[in-house]
Design a protein around this ligand. Structure first.
Ligand SMILES: Cc1ncc(C[n+]2csc(CCOP(=O)(O)OP(=O)(O)O)c2C)c(N)n1
Ligand SMILES: CC(=O)[C@@H](O)[C@H](O)COP(=O)(O)O
Ligand SMILES: [Mg+2]
Length: 640
């Protein structure tokens, strides 16, 4: 248990009104105590640390200047909101972060009135804050919509869609750009250079401040001319024009760790008649905690750690992660075929492509937080004969669905999709669960969709994708470790649409897709022990179905159960559709589908989440027994 820091001033703060009751001269101390409390809390919970440490002063200044929760504060991604949670009535629960029944690791409307908008997927904050701003303008409410968005999140198109529409909000919309020159990895693209120019032009603030003072001192007609001069002053000296052209009044760059400077600027911005405003603050990710500041990733995501040394708890040496196996398989494919290229959307380490980038820097592309662009960029590469792998988490690929349909499926272009984090993901909770990729991909003509049941399967599936060049193909695999089984030395290309029997029985058939196979095999053991001979099949392909295998299983067993770690609309739905189309249900077959429930599952340990989802061995056994007890009407007969 890490010793709690001494926080005499923070102890007097429960909600932001308590901050606003303080003297401004006390804010520096408050910020430091808030930083120490954040470090202490995350040392026992793990989670996102660096981003939160970078916005401690900003959090204090925003809640000091603005009348939250009446002013609506929207944190982009929300991973930096732990200090915000501590000063908005949740300090007593901050050590339950990202745990079952505890606080979410992101902002969440149902958790607090101070969480104006839920987040976790990036770059939504300006759109949401604009919604609040326009609502206030329409209702005559003088309060603001405030978006705090990072430089990484600013690389997503959605941010520009929102800014393009923002002028209508006038002074009700305030965007605070938190520029720490970091995404999860260093940021990419031209925006980074534009922001760097802004930051390096520190002298800029003086001329504009001078122009402002002039503008205010002049009578009306000259005031307009001076205002225009002030606008040009901005354009002349900095890239602030980027935001000016989008209709924002650019203010910055400001030292994001100088709480007094922040308060002064935010008070001016709050009271400005002009708008929308964009305040550019410059911060350090991991600020105030040396192990984070000195880490390459600035402690973006950490497990429990020792506060004094910063050393993170070592996970017991287990099986290689699916991500690591994927990266290794990608390296082999890129060695073998120079046409194979790899694309990530700001997740090089999360997808394992950082390892690939080291070896093949010219054939590995980090496009920033831009999944839509990533997919169509890959489609362009495929159209030109390359073999692009888009490595995008299942949940983040949701953002690029139209590009998947319109640019890839309809044109039948051979883009490969490596969908990591498929299924339930544990501490990140519902926003990051990869629940829907089977539903959203298996409806698409031309697509081949696979699910790896273990890490050996994943190696063969990556190879299958590399050599499959006649249309789009996707593989899904979960977060975390594999089963610790031997990997194929020479990967084998799988026959498209062919599943496999992993255990032969006669009475019960379990049709598994993906890594629930392990639970299916356990369930088969338990059923055999009850005298119920059980077949287990790994379908491997969600699309195209192995119709011959499925037909055989459904016509030679009394009970059939499908199981997948995916929402409704996955393999179960497709097997039932095939079975009903072919009349395989007419002969009294008892078939049940097991899938994720039709609700969002909050953060918890993955095994607990799968228990809650009803997808573990005991629940498979129970499903089979209930089916056996049911009569022809499907009604469970109660034993006398
Ligand atoms: C659509 C989407 N893609 C990817 C991610 C993964 N992700 C979480 S935080 C982050 C980096 C955000 O960088 P920035 O906005 O600069 O915030 P910082 O961590 O630097 O404070 C990324 C890529 C995400 N949350 N949402
Ligand atoms: C905040 C965010 O979206 C990412 O940092 C995400 O939490 C990473 O997830 P993994 O830890 O599964 O890579
Ligand atoms: Mg950043």
């Amino acid at each position: 248990m890490s010793d709690r820091p001494k926080t005499p001033l923070l102890d007097t703060v429960t909600v932001p009104a308590d901050i606003r009751a303080l003297d401004r001269s006390q804010l520096v101390q408050l910020a430091e105590e808030l930083r120490q409390e954040t470090i202490s809390a995350v040392s026992v919970t793990g989670g996102h640390l660096g981003a939160g440490l970078g916005v401690v002063e900003l959090t204090v200044a925003i809640h000091y200047v603005f009348e939250t929760p009446l002013d609506k504060l929207v944190w982009d991604v929300g991973h930096q909101a732990y200090p915000h949670k501590i000063v908005t009535g949740r300090r007593d629960r901050i050590r339950t972060l990202r745990q079952g029944g505890g606080l979410s690791g992101f902002t969440k409307r149902t958790e607090s009135e101070y969480d104006a908008f839920g987040a976790a997927h990036s770059s939504t904050s300006i759109s949401a804050a604009l919604g609040f701003a326009i609502a206030n303008k329409l209702s005559g409410d003088p309060h603001h919509g405030i978006a705090v968005i990072g430089d990484g999140a600013m690389s997503a198109g959605m941010a520009y869609e929102a800014m393009n529409n923002a002028a209508a909000a006038g002074n009700r919309l305030i965007v605070i750009l938190n520029d720490n020159d970091m995404s999860i990895a260093p940021p990419v693209g031209s925006l980074r250079n534009a922001l760097a120019r802004l930051v390096s032009s520190g002298k800029y603030l003086a001329p504009r401040r001078l122009a402002q003072k002039l503008a205010r001192a002049m009578p009306e007609p000259l005031h307009v001319a001076a205002h225009r001069m002030e606008q040009y002053a901005r354009g002349m000296f900095t890239g602030g024009t980027l935001f000016d052209e989008l209709g924002f009044y650019y203010v910055g760059p400001i030292d994001g760790h100088d709480v007094n400077a922040l308060v002064e600027v935010l008070e001016n911005v709050r009271d400005a008649e002009e708008g929308p405003m964009l305040v550019h603050v410059v911060t350090n990710k991991g600020k105030g905690y040396a192990p984070a500041e000195n880490a390459a990733d600035k402690y973006h995501g950490v497990v429990k750690f020792d506060v004094v040394s910063g050393v993170q708890a070592k996970a017991a040496a287990g099986a290689p992660s699916y991500t690591g196996v994927f990266a290794k398989a990608m390296l082999a494919e890129m060695e073998r075929d120079e046409k194979v290229v790899a694309i990530t959307a700001a997740m090089p380490s999360g997808t394992g492509l950082d390892k690939v980038q080291e070896k093949f820097p010219d054939r590995t592309f980090d496009v920033g937080i831009a999944e839509q662009h990533a997919v169509t960029f890959a489609a362009g590469l495929a159209a030109e004969g390359y073999r692009p792998f888009c490595a995008i988490y299942s949940t983040f690929l949701q953002r690029a669905y139209d590009q998947v349909v319109h640019d890839v499926a309809i044109q039948n272009l051979p883009v490969r999709f490596a969908m990591d984090r498929a299924g339930l993901v544990g501490a990140d909770g519902a926003t990051h669960a990869g629940s829907f990729d089977l539903a959203y991909l298996c409806t698409l003509p031309n697509f081949v969709v696979m699910a790896a049941a273990d890490e050996a399967e994943l190696v063969n599936m990556v190879h299958t994708m590399a050599v499959h060049n006649s249309g789009p193909i996707a593989v899904r695999y979960p977060r975390g470790e594999g089963r610790g089984i031997e990997l194929p030395q020479v990967p084998q290309a799988l026959e498209i649409g062919k599943g496999r029997i992993v255990r032969q029985g006669t009475k019960v058939a379990i049709l598994s897709l993906g890594t629930r196979l392990e639970e299916a095999e356990k369930a088969a053991e338990q059923l055999e022990a009850k005298g119920l001979s059980t077949t287990v099949a790994d379908l491997r392909f969600a699309k195209p179905l192995d119709e011959a295998l499925i037909r055989k299983l459904l016509t030679t067993h009394e009970v059939a159960v499908t199981i997948e770690e995916a929402s409704i609309g996955g393999i179960g739905a497709h097997v039932l559709t095939m079975a009903s189309d072919e009349g395989l249900l007419d002969g009294g077959l008892k078939i049940r589908t097991m899938r994720l429930p039709d609700r969002f599952i909050d953060q918890d340990k993955p095994e607990k989440q799968y228990d809650e989802a009803g997808l573990n061995a005991p629940q498979i056994v129970e499903t089979v027994l209930k089916a056996l007890r049911s009569n022809s009407a499907g009604i469970e007969e109660v034993r006398a």
